[in-house]
Write a protein that binds this ligand. Structure first.
Ligand SMILES: Cc1cc2nc3c(=O)[nH]c(=O)nc-3n(C[C@H](O)[C@H](O)[C@H](O)COP(=O)(O)OP(=O)(O)OC[C@H]3O[C@@H](n4cnc5c(N)ncnc54)[C@H](O)[C@@H]3O)c2cc1C
Length: 469
């Protein structure tokens, strides 16, 4: 493995400054079983490499002018929370909703997610799972299925906002994307001691333990191919990579992990990327403010805190249809040091505040909006009682920063998961025009987020195995 940065983890990145260890990437870790499976595939165990603690509450949700709701770990505890805050009918609705989500997940995972597709026809073969999926109402809108289960508008938000992880509004997303809600609501949210970046470090250690070699600070410049028919340069199968240093590494298979459209442009410029990667719709992006601050978290705060804004449909409309910042954004505030105090000096805390924003195809001029967004995030944190008066270290990232880091259209969340950008319609993990070239990561199958990217590793491994003599 060759990695251009100095440490593993990619978008699950960390900044170390002033005695703080600040995670600047993924923060909500779900699907412990998928992660454990990767360690097992490397002949070891998750427990040997990581200390994962279940978070309870998984999120604290606040709503303007109203009580907060804690999203509890485990269905019985959450049912009780809903009974107390929202009444018996919604508590019963939650149990029904979890059964629906579980059925959906069990149907989708083996048949539509953890699977390589060769053509769209594979969706209908075997036919049974597709028919069962249609019967579950999976092609209805997610928001309307959620509304059927819950009367309280706060719960409707809490169990549909996850569509945003797939780059969609819950009003547009098909119910089939309820699987994302399943991942946190039913499977639970975990935190790795040492911070999220510990996941990348642990995976790299497991790979090395299984015999892989990893070269850091090593950038790949080109994928090298044998001459094609008629001696055309770079037209044949893959023979290795050329590094930025000029060194050539021979290989009979190359698995490329940079954001897929960027990988096509920079590593194999002779091949146009698949149309959907060039013309498709990318997920919204985010503005992220992280800081190390003096002081502790306010009373009642949790590890993950979602502060919902007053607007909902209008907010999605601004973000997704108009390409503008949400007028009254819902934000996620996480304090990793809340669960692992070693991430900050004594008496201090780490803060991570994320606002969904349009990606660079939107209408925001980030030269103009950058400082305003940073200031409004800090002001929001202040109004919720977070200790932002004594900031010791801070970083701020907007979509132009994500683009500089190699993410297409300035979004860390890749191609959105519209139906025709998922499964067999998503850019494939195998490039048949260049035998031996494969792709892995969030812009190929199955999709975005740490659990999906881990599965993409397994799916591409199956492809590579297929070409071995
Ligand atoms: C702010 C933020 C919040 C997020 N929140 C969550 C969350 O809460 N939960 C969740 O599950 N997901 C979340 N995500 C998404 C998740 O982090 C990504 O989906 C996932 O990490 C992407 O993995 P990847 O392998 O596709 O890409 P990356 O992690 O970006 O890996 C690509 C790797 O390739 C390397 N590379 C690129 N070009 C070259 C080259 N030419 N030569 C050598 N190496 C190269 C890069 O350095 C990098 O290490 C978040 C992401 C961000 C940024």
């Amino acid at each position: 493995m060759v990695e251009r940065s100095g440490s593993p983890g990619g978008r699950v990145a960390v900044v170390e400054d002033g005695g703080y260890r600040l995670d600047i990437g993924a923060t909500v870790l779900t699907m412990r079983g998928i992660l454990a499976g990767v360690f097992e595939a490397a002949g070891t165990s998750l427990e040997a490499h990581l200390e994962l603690v279940p978070l309870d509450p998984m999120y604290r949700a606040t709503f303007p002018g109203e009580d907060e709701i804690l999203v509890r770990q485990g269905i019985p505890a959450m049912t009780e929370e809903i009974r107390t805050k929202c009444g018996a009918a919604d508590a019963a609705g939650f149990e029904r909703f979890c059964r629906w989500l579980t059925g959906l997940y069990q149907l989708e995972m083996p048949n539509f997610i953890d699977r390589n597709f060769d053509t769209p026809l594979d969706l209908a073969w075997p036919l049974g799972p597709l028919v069962r999926l249609l019967r579950t109402g999976a092609l209805r809108r997610l928001a309307s299925v959620v509304d059927e289960h819950f009367g309280d508008p706060r719960l409707r938000k809490l169990f549909s906002f996850q569509a945003m992880y797939a780059g969609l509004s819950p009003f547009d997303a098909l119910a089939v994307y309820g699987v994302i809600t399943y991942m946190d609501t039913v499977e639970g949210v975990y935190f790795p001691m040492g911070g999220m970046h510990a996941v990348g470090e642990a995976l790299a250690a497991a790979a090395v333990g299984a015999g892989a070699t990893v070269q850091y600070d090593t950038e790949v410049e080109r994928v090298l191919r044998r001459p094609g028919a008629g001696g055309r340069e770079g037209g044949g199968e893959v023979v290795g990579v050329r590094l930025a240093s000029g060194e050539v590494l021979a290989a009979d298979a190359v698995v490329a992990n940079p954001d897929l459209p960027v990988a096509y442009r920079s590593l194999v410029p002779e091949l146009p990327a698949p149309r959907i990667a060039r013309r498709g719709e990318y997920s919204p992006s985010c503005a992220l403010w992280v800081a190390g601050v003096r002081g502790g978290m306010p009373d009642g705060a949790a590890h993950h805190n979602i502060h919902f804004g007053g607007q909902w449909e209008e907010a999605f409309d601004a973000l997704l249809a108009q390409g503008r910042r949400m007028p009254d954004p819902s934000i996620l505030v996480t304090s990793h040091s809340f669960s692992d105090p070693s991430l900050a000096p004594p008496g201090c805390s780490t803060l991570y505040a994320l606002e969904p924003t349009p990606n660079l195809s939107g209408r925001v001029d980030w030269m103009d909006e950058r400082e305003r967004t940073r200031a409004s995030l800090i002001a929001r944190l202040h109004s919720h009682g977070y200790p932002v008066d004594d900031i010791e270290v801070e970083r701020f990232y907007d979509p132009t920063d994500w683009e500089r880091m190699g993410m297409e259209q300035g979004t860390p969340f890749g191609l959105s998961h519209r139906f025709f950008q998922s499964g067999p319609f998503r850019p494939a993990n195998v490039e048949r025009r260049a035998p031996g070239l494969f792709f892995v990561g969030s812009s190929t199958v199955p999709g975005v987020g740490v659990p999906m990217v881990l599965l993409s590793g397994r799916l591409v491994a199956d492809r590579v195995e297929g070409i071995r003599p």
